[in-house]
Design a protein around this ligand. Structure first.
Ligand SMILES: CC1=C(/C=C/C(C)=C/C=C/C(C)=C/C=C/C=C(C)/C=C/C=O)C(C)(C)CCC1
Ligand SMILES: [Fe+2]
Length: 558
């Protein structure tokens, strides 16, 4: 197994002095070796309170009295990645199961400034992909920037060149402003910064994704090299899609919102193909434009198309300055709907009005039968923000970085939609369990993928231990018992818990849950929990804290 060290600096970075102290509390000098990388570990510097403070670029080594250290240290989660790449073996505390062989990839926005310009929103950052490669109990970590056109242009020109989630390039003159608007209509000025997730297609290609279709970028999971754009060969011709396609060994399903004639195309792509084929189309029932479809759920036979009252807004797309809801608008009067489409025929089997909701992430869905085995309804579970879109603004970097200790995270829950298939006009939305079980925080979820679209019992997500300004626990939700088990490390922010099943497992929760944690000292570690007991079984410290990441995928050892 090769473990190499490589790093190159972002911006003014050039010196390995940014390396963080590499042990976990054990004092003493000398070096700790990760692969070929030796990290400086010196008790003298700790007494002096010399810390590598993870603030904005460039990193500075400051001398502080010890009691100030804790105050000055910041979560790496909201801080730009220190350098554009690193790779090395990590020291593992505890034991990684021998059966866990493969690679966990996690993508997210990791670089929030260019030159001296600072981005404002979490979702604006240039993509940083992190790789945890597990092999026979050992763990190799690597991270790298994804070389999208937007990232390369920003690095080359030292300024923002494409329209990101909330940021828009500044124009030197009126002509360039008009050019940008024209490019917006052709999609050319939209970003391809693939910072939202990563999936492995049925035939093996690994693709990083965001909400713009052009932001589909193929990478090599072994070295995180950017291989090029994933070019769709069809001519469906829209600009945006769901950032969370449903990907299995046999298909890739996604939704294409139509912003001109409000509706959604439901499309499917075969493994090995680059051509999406239309399964069917859903017309919007409310509002001037489609609801935001960051993700959507499926059952074994149906694709569910959610029509959320938080809708895309063409005017906001054109604006130079962010609005409180960015490219979206809240239209409670337009109501919320759930449409159920048969995957095989493209026919709509239900279209019901549901209570208002705000959901970015669907957990799972399944077909529910009565005692006689007759299909009566579809159940859809999601991370639901109590019909309040305020969470989007809470994810501004300033809010995340400047937490004063108040309990400011809006409440969220596991929302359960019950969608009747008997022609009734309305569906229900209820709490799947008491939200206090998970601290009324709920997002960034995963399940055992074998249960995708089927009746299931367990979900893993980020919950809350209050007070907090961001989900700060990992929670295992038992939807049968309506209970949650919670993992918490004071002051830390864990990323989406990702479930990996033990090969040959027959129980739904037989496996591990992987997360990457930003701790209160500005450092970070990979965490492995036993999914069944929810006890920690291993952790491995990173050479330095990493920025918060969004979504990942598992690439099994071939
Ligand atoms: C670049 C353009 C857009 C981009 C949209 C993007 C990048 C959306 C990303 C959305 C994400 C990452 C949502 C995650 C939500 C997580 C939550 C709510 C976590 C809560 C924790 O408590 C468009 C906006 C599509 C417009 C075109 C340009
Ligand atoms: Fe997402």
């Amino acid at each position: 197994m090769a473990s190499s060290l490589s790093f190159s600096a972002i911006g003014n970075y050039g010196s390995p002095s940014c390396m963080a102290v590499a042990d976990r509390g054990s004092g003493g000098g000398g070096g700790t070796t990760f692969g070929q990388a030796t990290f400086w570990k010196n008790s003298k510097s700790r007494e002096l309170g010399i810390v590598s403070v993870a603030t904005d670029l460039p990193p500075v080594v400051q001398q502080l009295p010890l009691k100030e250290v804790a105050k000055e240290r910041k979560l790496a989660a909201w801080t730009s990645v220190r350098q554009d790449r690193w790779e090395g073996e990590l020291v593992v505390e505890g034991e990684i199961p021998q059966w866990l062989n493969g690679t966990y990839l996690r993508n997210g926005p990791g670089l929030w400034h260019i030159g001296d310009y600072n981005f404002r929103h979490l979702f604006d950052g240039y993509a940083t992909i992190v790789r945890l490669h597990f092999e026979n109990g050992r763990l190799i970590m690597g991270h790298r920037q994804i070389e999208s056109d937007a990232y390369k242009a920003a690095r080359k020109n030292n300024k923002l060149c494409y329209r990101e989630f909330s940021e828009v390039p500044k124009h030197d003159n009126f002509l360039s402003y008009i050019g940008d608007l024209a490019n917006l209509f052709s999609g050319a000025s939209l970003t391809d910064n693939a910072n939202t997730g990563v999936v492995q297609l049925g035939e093996g290609r690994v693709v990083c994704l965001t909400e713009t279709i052009k932001g589909s970028i193929v990478i090599d999971p072994n070295n995180l090299n950017t291989l090029g754009k994933f070019e769709y060969t069809d001519s469906l011709g829209t600009f945006v899609h769901s950032a969370h396609p449903i990907v299995t060994e046999s298909e890739f399903l996604t939704l294409l919102p139509d912003l001109i004639n409000p509706g959604y195309l439901v499309v499917r792509m075969e493994p090995g193909s680059n051509e999406r084929k239309v399964i069917g189309r859903v017309e919007c029932r409310g509002g001037p434009s489609p609801g935001w479809v960051h993700s959507f759920p499926v059952t074994e036979h149906y694709v569910i198309v959610p029509e959320m009252p938080l809708r895309y807004c063409a005017q906001n797309l054109l604006r130079a300055e962010p609005t409180p809801l960015y490219k979206f608008e809240w239209h409670p009067e337009s109501k919320g709907f759930m449409h159920v489409m048969c995957k095989a025929s493209g026919k709509l089997v239900a279209s019901v009005e549901v209570p208002l909701f705000v959901t970015f992430h669907y957990i799972n869905a399944y077909e529910d039968k009565d005692e006689d085995g007759r299909l009566t309804r579809v159940i859809v579970d999601c991370c639901e923000h109590n019909a309040n879109p305020a969470i989007l603004d809470k994810l501004r970097l300033q809010n995340l970085r400047s937490w004063s200790g108040e309990d400011v995270l809006p409440d969220a829950r596991v929302g359960r939609f019950k969608i009747p298939l008997d022609g009734s006009p309305n569906g229900e939305l209820v709490d799947a369990l008491n939200p206090d079980e998970h601290g009324r925080g709920m997002d960034m979820c995963s399940i055992n993928p074998t249960y995708l679209g089927k009746k299931y019992r367990y979900a893993y997500a980020c919950g809350a231990q209050r007070p907090c300004n961001f989900p700060n626990t990992i929670t295992k939700i038992d939807l049968e018992e309506k209970k949650a088990k919670n993992w918490y490390d004071e002051g830390s922010v864990p990323s989406e818990p990702f479930f990996v099943a033990r090969p040959g497992a027959t129980k739904e929760d037989d496996g591990v849950v992987i997360s990457m944690v930003s701790d209160k000292n500005g450092e970070g570690y990979a965490l492995i929990l036993d999914a069944s007991t929810f006890e920690e079984i291993a952790r491995a410290k990173f050479p330095y804290g990493l920025p918060y990441g969004l979504h990942g995928c598992w690439v099994p050892k071939r």
